[in-house]
Design a protein around this ligand. Structure first.
Ligand code: SAH
Ligand code: SF4
Ligand code: F3S
Length: 489
């Protein structure tokens, strides 16, 4: 089967799916009559918040088609892998888990196994699935997620693998149903795709060129979420600070003030005016595109949380240049200094890659020095992973695995010490916590997050979930805090 060309799209592209939703709903209703239970699905999601949110959209569509969630793989009639390929180990996990389903498919030939997400945008991956994983029913990509009802209903009529992956992005699709797991927290896309082409990164190839949603559709979606009980939203994009590039001012004013909302600070300020929205977060921020205007909006708007994810990737100017990041260590640290000065108590998190091709001991020292100066509240450290098709994969000066491992271990050890020290500084302080869930220990334990995005565990009845409380921090653990409730707000 060949990769399909991108068909022309209308703005109502998801509405076109209603016919297939109806067909599948009828088939599933028949299944329920025959089996005395609904058809069940399970989704395994890998990768970033983009994928998490795409899975929420898949769940929304599955709900419309009359499926319910399965508790175990054995109970499921439909298993979906929403995949990530940002590093090799993410891919290997998918292959491993897919292979492990073979006996289940043998036992239950009606089981549908679907693979979608970023990995599928790479032709060699689809080839591998065709060759080695013949128990898979359906493969589709990131650009045609909205066609899921059509593709799924087609896959029920064939015993062969159905592949439909679009090579490039279409226009932004609005109106997809979304099933959110935690009612009080919601992800909202503001941009799709990425134009930065950091030389190590596969995302621009799997998610296509950057496109911004209109401010109206974003604000309307959030207003609807708040009406449904959301108290916190996270605005999502690979590089939120470039929001609005390519958006044209409306030819005619609608009177709603959206014609002024053409960049990220303006969008953030407009979102912050939504009545009843208590907390706003956003990710990811590219250091090259953060403006003073953004920092001012963060400082000014009460419901924008004091938390910033600002991936640095490396502390060496030479490596940053080779990564195509467009900032220096000095510029990054100056930015951090300004942000912390203007936003008291700001918490900052980051991503770091060790072992980028050509990275020397001196370069690594520069990154070690940067983490001393930046004093992160938490960080994700990754070993560089070769991604076929990216410029860095072609370089001949790849860092040997043992050297990468040694640098990674050293970085992780020091980073953990810094993070634990920072965590300890919270003991004795009282913070506003949004109570999100029951804790791991079950009944009587709760977890929530501070505005700084720190996870706090404490005691309390599950009836408090969804409320805000003042919590005094009593103990710091490695990656979280423990506290006791002072007052429920
Ligand atoms: N758009 C975001 C997130 C991109 S992916 C950003 O720009 O920060 C998340 C993280 O994965 C990146 O920040 C980077 O640290 C890491 N990453 C991306 N490609 C990688 C690779 N080839 N090897 C190791 N880590 C990688
Ligand atoms: Fe990848 Fe760079 Fe785009 Fe982030 S900004 S998604 S790291 S290319
Ligand atoms: Fe992975 Fe795709 Fe996100 S490659 S990190 S799931 S955009």
């Amino acid at each position: 089967m060949k990769r399909s060309e991108r068909p022309p799209l209308s703005a109502s592209a998801y509405a076109d799916q209603s016919y297939y939703i109806q067909i599948q709903r009828n088939l599933n209703a028949q299944f329920e009559v025959d089996h005395d239970r609904k058809r069940r699905f399970m989704i395994m999601t890998y990768g970033c918040q983009m994928n998490e949110h795409d899975s929420e959209k898949l769940m929304g569509m599955l709900g419309e088609m009359g499926y319910e969630e399965a508790l175990t793989k054995e109970d499921a009639d439909l298993i979906i892998f929403n995949t990530c390929c940002v590093r090799e180990n993410a891919e290997l996990r998918v292959y491993g888990n897919l292979g492990a389903l073979k006996p289940l498919k043998k036992k239950n030939p009606d089981l549908r196994i679907v693979v979608c997400g970023c990995m599928m945008q790479q032709p060699h991956v689809v080839e591998e699935i065709k060759q080695k994983y013949s128990h898979v029913s359906l493969v589709f990509g990131t650009h045609n997620l909205h066609q899921f009802p059509h593709l799924l209903s087609q896959s029920y009529t064939s015993s062969h693998l159905l592949v439909d992956v679009w090579d490039s992005e279409g226009e932004v699709i609005e109106g997809l149903p979304v099933a959110r797991k935690v009612g009080i927290k919601a992800f909202v896309n503001i941009t799709y795709g990425c134009n930065n082409f950091c030389t190590y990164c596969i995302v621009p190839y799997t998610r296509g060129r950057e496109r911004s949603r209109t401010p109206e559709s974003i604000v309307r979606e959030i207003e609807g979420l708040v009406r449904d009980g959301a108290k916190e939203v996270t605005l999502l994009g690979q590089n939120v600070n470039s929001y609005g590039k390519g958006l044209k001012p409306l030819a005619e004013s609608t009177g709603a003030g959206f014609e002024q909302v053409l960049n990220f600070p303006a969008l953030l300020e407009r979102v912050s005016q939504i009545e009843g929205l208590k907390r706003i977060r956003f990710m990811t921020s590219h250091p090259k595109d953060i403006s003073e205007a953004l920092i001012e909006v963060m400082a000014r708007c009460e419901n924008v949380c004091e938390s910033l994810h600002l991936p640095v990737q490396s502390g060496s100017d030479r490596v940053l240049k080779a990564m195509n990041r467009h900032y220096t260590k000095g510029q990054y640290l100056d930015l951090l200094e300004l942000a912390r000065r203007r936003i008291p108590g700001l918490s900052v998190t980051t991503d770091i890659i060790v072992g980028f091709p050509g990275e020397t001991e001196e370069d690594h020292e520069e990154t070690m020095d940067l983490i001393e100066k930046a004093q992160y509240d938490s960080a994700f450290t990754f070993m560089y992973s070769i991604r076929t098709g990216t410029p860095a994969a072609e370089r001949e000066d790849q860092v040997p695995e043992d050297v990468k491992h040694a640098r990674f271990d050293r970085m992780l050890k020091r980073m953990n010490e810094i993070v634990i020290e920072k965590n300890k500084a919270h003991v004795g302080k009282t913070y506003e916590v949004m109570i999100e869930n029951e804790g791991k220990e079950g009944e009587g334990t709760l977890i929530g997050r501070t505005r700084h995005n720190h996870l706090v565990a404490f005691e309390g009845p599950s009836a408090w979930t969804g409320s805000f409380a003042l919590v005094k921090i009593t103990r710091a653990k490695n990656f979280s805090l423990v506290g006791e409730v002072v007052e429920v707000l």
